[in-house]
Design a binder for this molecule. Sequence first.
Ligand code: PAF
Length: 328
Amino acid sequence: SSALRLPQRLAGMTLPALFCLSLPALAVQTINVGHTLSDNSHYSAGVDAFKAKLEELSTGEFVVEEHTSGSLGGERAMIEGLQIGTIDAVITSTGPLGNFVPQSYVLDLPFLFDDYDHARCVLDSEIGQELLDKVGEHDLVGLAWSENGFRHMTNNVRDIKTPQDDAGLKIRTMENEVHMAAFKAMGAHPTPMAFPELFTALQQGTVDGQENPISVILTSNLWEVQDHLSLTGHVYSPAIMLGSPILWDGLNDEQKGWFIEAARAGAEATREMVSRLETEGVDELESKGMSVVRDIDKAPFREAVQPAYKIYTDEYGSEWLDRIRGSE
Ligand code: PAF
């Protein structure tokens, strides 16, 4: 059958049969994977591992091409690209995902997860799988949870040690209503913006600051345009590898299994790099000239962002929040 792969089709054939056979050229399908970070980032490490695994499992039937640095658009635009089939797969933070899959907003609540182990454990649990399945109800395919990391604040005005230090600062946030509510509650002026526009906005002073994991601040060179870094770790930022439903519908079950296995391998490589940079990266940013506030009393920040919880539960209920809290 044409569904059999080349080695299986050749096995067992006599030599003359092999010579008479005119084999149809094996179709190689290129899988275009996009993300907004640079080619030395944790997302890129994830794509490398995804590529290696998918090409190995499919013995070259699929070839992965990586598109870095937002060359296919910001995260929100890329998710739309998946829905109409102009992109095959994307690694994105959950930042804009709630606009498509409201259930995912729960993961963006500040101070929901205590540490990396806690966040990874929940995402790898049944809850994580159910949320991935929810993604599948919105014209997208949730291949695997990946990771962006705990977000920390940077700005060009002052060291942030308390939530009051945020007052009056124009802070770029992701296009995420939960994050915007949290920054508003701290007295900042949240300015939602797609990531590819951020570097210039910081450089030109359109915004004073932003917040992102160490791995992003380092590999997207935000340290070049930001002076102060505070290790607020105010929210865990999950990432997800999403596939296009148009790609997915053309795959058989075995092929779908390869994609999921490859996406999980990618997520593991990404998590490894996030963990490494979370410690090494802070020293590096300091050596590049950033003023770093390491010891932050998180209690007042946790208190200050409570309005974000109310806004979230008023709109989406508390089912997912209770489940995550109950899983501790
Ligand atoms: O700040 C963001 O938009 C995201 O954290 C980023 C940098 C695009 C990575 O997903």
